[in-house]
Design a protein around this ligand. Structure first.
Ligand code: MRU
Length: 348
């Protein structure tokens, strides 16, 4: 299993591994204020929906510690300002907004005469709970999902939905790690253009875990399925609408279509904190668009003429009807998702 800690609270700062430098360099950043946390989220130094939520929770704590408020009113003001600011870092992963909402609701518990230091402790405790709950959730996702991979010779994944993206063993990769405890299979990892989370992070994680891995370019996934090399596809998600449509890293939607053509079950693994029941369908999910340079250059080298206009959506939406199951901490949800998602929230 992965031993690297994606994010840690030191008592006065957040320590996180700079994922933009992996696998070449293992460098930890010490984040001391919410401005640095905003930058770390925006630049994908910390990334993956659940990890972004955890990071944002600590971001609010750092803002409050830095503000050194003398009163509860001043503390609340600083926390709310920071939460609104951190919410502008990335738009698609709903875990960010979910975690910030949790931080905001702690503020409602503060009586005006509560000592400020107690209020700060409560905020830090909430951020730590978000992290610890996510760790446990990932374990459960692994356990619920592992039976889906029974008997597979190969499984394909996209982006990185592993330990680096969460506070535990991951979502899609938690299922793979759990299944690999009692079976041998090969994981085909999409490199995941343009930022190569699959090549840089997933293949790194899987190799450390001793799992047989084949790195492929994104445009090889169809051929891998046509050849019958995989019997399942499993990916994470950044936001899942009430009808089960699931947004995940760009390139996920075409995978779901090819998988359906070749009759390979396509699974999504995600905690309930990744669901957004306020959105009827995936069409309402905000899709982040990123800078042109992420496409026009590769490893610091220009690969397109200077000034080439680009379209750079960072996510796409796999339609619910192509998803064979959604693995959550309360079990595997099946179609019709509108119903099973509602039941999952009731069980929670
Ligand atoms: O842009 P990223 O690297 O944050 O995108 C991450 C993904 O798309 C993951 O698959 C998703 O957040 C699930 S992580 C458990």
């Amino acid at each position: 299993m992965m031993t690297v800690k994606t994010i840690e609270w030191t008592g006065s700062a957040a320590r996180l591994i700079d994922q933009t430098l992996l696998p070449g360099k293992t460098k930890y950043l010490v984040i001391r204020d919410d401005k640095a946390m905003w930058e770390a989220i925006k630049m994908l130094r910390v990334r993956g929906a659940p990890a972004i939520g955890v990071a944002a929770g600590y971001g609010v704590c750092l803002a409050v510690l830095k503000a050194k408020p003398k009163t509860i009113a001043a503390l609340k003001k600083a926390a709310l300002k920071s939460s609104a600011y951190l919410a502008t870092s990335r738009p698609t992963a709903v875990n960010l907004f979910w975690a910030l909402k949790r931080m905001d609701s702690v503020l409602d518990l503060f009586a005006p005469d509560l000592p400020v230091s107690d209020a700060i402790d409560m905020l830090i405790a909430e951020a730590q709970s978000i992290q610890e709950e996510d760790r446990q959730t990932c374990e459960l996702i692994g356990q619920h999902g592992a039976p889906l991979l029974k008997g597979v010779k190969g499984v394909l994944t996209h982006c990185n939905a592993g330990a680096l993206a969460t506070a535990g063993p991951g979502t899609a990769l938690a299922v793979i790690y759990e299944a690999a405890k009692s079976a041998k299979f090969t994981v085909y990892a999409d490199e995941t253009r343009p930022l190569l989370q699959g090549a840089r992070l997933t293949s790194w994680e899987l190799q450390q875990a001793g799992i047989d891995t084949r790195l492929i370019c994104d445009n090889m996934a169809g051929m891998v399925m046509q050849r019958g090399l995989v019997q399942a596809v499993i990916v994470g998600a950044d936001r899942i609408a009430a009808n089960g449509d699931a947004a995940n890293k760009i390139g996920t939607m075409p995978l779901s279509i090819v998988a359906s053509y070749y009759k390979v079950p396509f699974y999504v693994a995600a905690p309930l904190s990744t669901f957004d029941p306020s959105l009827k369908s995936g069409a309402e999910i905000p899709i982040e668009e990123r800078g042109a340079e992420e496409i026009t250059s590769f490893g610091g080298t220009n690969v397109a003429p200077k000034g080439t206009p680009v379209f750079a959506p960072a996510f796409d939406v796999a339609p619910a009807k192509l998803i064979a199951g959604i693995v959550t901490e309360v079990g595997v949800l099946r179609a019709p998702y509108t119903k099973s998602i509602k039941e999952a929230f009731r069980k929670r």
